[in-house]
Design a protein around this ligand. Structure first.
Ligand code: C5P
Length: 241
């Protein structure tokens, strides 16, 4: 009989973070006194049920070794394998762990740039997808009305927000299915995009806006506020409908 699938985390962290306009790659910018990436890694390393947390760093990353990661425990494993795009980095990471992971094990791919990942986000994703044939991702329904613009910032169309979602991470798929999809997909910006290109339909699991991606300098202030106030306002807990 086949044993239960295990769960692994893979964190692509080989980007340069050019939009932040900082000297350091964004994953190492200080956030509450720690490198930004530390916060997401801490959440994943503390999650019950995740066997190992692999971090994909750029081949010439000199910053990782300047920090002390021992507090995150023995499940953390850096891989100096990053590629030119996020998808390349994820695929390189998947290839590097082939000896440790079985075809049907789950892989949770999470952006280093999402530091406010909470325990309930991880648990809800794992719980809701446990028996899913495809897998899926955390996401939030779009609340704003969306506009498409021309090159002069003039509105050319209003895009109906009905059934539109904002994709987040973690995105959770079976190891072999995800690897195959990424080997075959070109130009995708997330794992779900590769799975969709393979003709499958990932499940959307509702998270919340706290799991934001730090892209612009303002996002880092917002992330600090969220992490600092977590627990005070029930922010660490799942909303009840
Ligand atoms: O640039 P963006 O915010 O979309 O990057 C999302 C995540 O992908 C970040 O954690 C970044 O470090 C990672 N990435 C990567 N390899 C690249 C580009 C981005 O691992 N070549």
């Amino acid at each position: 009989m086949q044993s239960d699938p295990r769960h692994f985390a893979l964190v692509p962290a080989a980007g340069s973070g050019a939009r932040m306009g900082a000297a350091l790659p964004k994953q190492y910018l200080p956030l509450l006194g720690k490198p930004l990436i530390h916060h997401a890694l801490a959440a994943l390393c503390a999650a019950p049920g995740i066997e190992r947390v692999f971090v994909v760093l750029s081949v010439d990353d000199a910053e990782w070794a300047r920090h002390d990661w021992r507090g995150l425990g023995p499940r953390l494993a850096p891989l100096f394998r990053g590629g030119p795009t996020r998808a390349d980095s994820v695929l390189a990471g998947l290839r590097a762990i082939s000896g440790e992971v079985s075809a049907t094990d789950w892989v949770l791919v999470h952006d280093a740039a999402r530091p406010c990942l909470a325990r309930w986000h991880i648990e809800k994703l794992m719980r809701e997808l446990a028996h899913d044939d495809v897998g899926g991702l955390l996401a939030t329904p779009v609340a704003d009305t969306l506009k498409r613009a021309d090159e002069h910032a003039r509105v050319t169309a209003t895009v109906g927000r009905d059934r539109l979602w904002r994709a987040q991470t973690p995105q959770m798929f079976r190891y072999a299915m995800l690897r195959r999809a990424l080997e075959n997909a070109r130009g995708v910006t997330d794992e779900a995009g590769a799975i969709e290109a393979a003709g499958l339909r990932p499940r959307l699991v509702e998270g919340d806006a706290a799991n934001l991606k730090v892209t612009w300098p303002f996002d880092a202030h917002l992330a600090e506020w969220i992490l600092r106030h977590r627990g005070e306002s029930g922010g660490e807990e799942e909303k009840t409908p």
